[in-house]
Ligand binder design. Sequence first.
Ligand code: DGJ
Length: 730
Amino acid sequence: MAVFFDEKKSLFTLYTKSSMYQIKADDLGVLLHTYYGKKTKNTDYSYLIFCKDRGFAGNPYDAGKDRTYSLETLPQEYPCFGSGDYRSSALRIRTVMGYKAIDLRYEGYEVLEGKYSIPGMPAVYAQEDDQADTLVITMRDEAESIFVYLYYGVLENLDVITRAVRIENRSEKPVYLEKAASMCLDQIYGSYDWMTFYGKHEMERELSRTPVHHGIQSVGSVRGSSSHHYNPFVILAERGASETQGSCYGFSLLYSGNFLAEAELDQINQTRVVMGIHPDQFEFELRPGEEFWTPEVAMAYSDSGFEKMSHIYHETYRNNLCRGKYKKARRPILMNNWEGTYFDFSGEKLAEMAAEAADLGVELFVMDDGWFGKRDSDESGLGDWYVNEEKLGCTLAELSDKIHDLGMKFGIWFEPECISEDSDLYREHPDWAFQIPGRKPVRGRYQLVLDFSRKEVRDHIFDQMSRVLDQVKVEYLKWDFNRSINDVYSAGLPAHRQGEILHRYVLGLYEFLQKLSDRYPDMLLEGCSGGGGRFDAGMLYYCPQIWCSDDTDAIERLKIQYGTSFGYPVSAVGSHVSASPNHQTGRKTPLSTRATVAMAGTFGYELDPMKLTEEEKKEIRGQIQNFKEYYDLIQDGRYFRLTSPYEEEAYTAWEFASEDSSEALVSVVSVKTYANAAPVYVKLRGLKEDQFYLMEGKRYLGGALMYGGFRLPAFRGEYESWNFHFVMEK
Ligand code: DGJ
């Protein structure tokens, strides 16, 4: 059991393998947060709280004449707007009378065996041999009869605590949720850095680290999806924390829509983190008897730097979030035709490419955008999910058969959420696209977004898609989404409920993805949104891999994949070898380096194999063999960031070490070369100190490789790469 309740002290202590989380209901029933950090013996951490009359800090009426007791200065578990706490709140509710006030007090608790799940939304789940418990704390606002249930999933061996909130209206009148965050964490003291992942299309998840300062710092998305621009994964790190030292806290929201993550340093230097659905464009009507679930946040604490925190997320998301056949089964090495042909292809061309790919050892051929409706450019066709046989010059079944006859699997691209104005679907149902009556919509890549909050819209697209997928054998589906949402208006909801659309959209998306995986359980789903525009833990629940970025430049990918690795496992990172010069940057890189970088992901090719030289083909055959050999080590091993591209300009190095430390693969890419350069070393991690490792005929002590280091060969030129495979001596 990982949840302890001390009745006399009204103290809840949650234990994971190495962390501890504590909550206390005080005499007034206010739920205080007293501790989250390294595991210690159980003790009441509320001794850390110091109350003092702070002036202009209001006092709840039931505190009587105690001017030292204020919700504004107390560390709270789920603070509410209108309760006298002027910091960022987790919950803001408007009543039918128009006022916004809610004051939650402790009512009771329940401990459930196993990990809770959330209807219609992603959640981390426990596997059979996991120790998991759920604590549910009930809070109540007496005046409004609103009940709030705080859910804590305690996954002891995974070292993860999840949080989600269920809000129930037991009154006789509707209320309006204006903000309903998934969690709040108040740290009583400490100097922290706020680490977030920002970016843009073709350059996602760059790392930003800034000190938490007075006021509110936040990242979020109001684009309807989690976005390229900020990721719903953030870290609160003790000042000075590094890869291997110092405390840090990860917060990962399992949600693919608008989100907000805030860090606030208050007047007495307490740090508050609030995370959940973005309150902009959000307002949810809760009628009498109705309830609302927030999405889940997975929290991980590390007492020894980012590496440990990342390992917690990697393991949890790989094993306890991803689902389906390809959670464990080896994923096929694919070739995607996008950068090879863009829209300019025929069935014959694809078959030719597939034959060449099969000869190289590729196992899955993916037909990307352009095979349906009228689609020779991105200006038309979306929404018409019927095969363009005229363009292909054959039926889909014929193409699929040809590919299967080569001994390959067949995959296909869809963009189900979008619609082109030049499409039959739009001509028939213009109101199915998000548009505000009387206004011209904002276009993105010439297209509009379908109103997935409406069931009839989703069902229609699902029927069209299954008509295609039932026709032919399709083993892989790439689900793309190529714009941000605007013009949020739904004909499916009355005026006063328009604030629900974007959340209902995400729920609709999840329902669709679930239906798709139920109907085609053996099909591998790869998420995509113009590359990594929806690279989040919510999508990973449905798609075990996500196309990481439309930037396939191996050198830029070093940063993108570095940033991504903080919160997501390598098994999730869609990564391909593309042509050189690179289509996004024009940079020339050796084929070997492109493969080294793509190997730190799901691995595949995205080029026209007909343009390869015999020498390149030979090299690719070797790369495929290599990747297969290292597959388990890469996908299931522990991933180590040996250098940071932000600190080390000359080269980037990373390592995969098997769980039992019996082997390790170290990859290095030279980024910048210098004349008369000083020798360069890396220190390995995750080995056994007292065991010997063999690499290219040499014998090294594990401890020496980790603490003394390993000298890299002199760089002969920029963008060169190496892979060093160390195997423990038997
Ligand atoms: C964006 C994706 O990220 C690309 O890989 C490709 O599928 C295009 N869309 C197709 O339109």
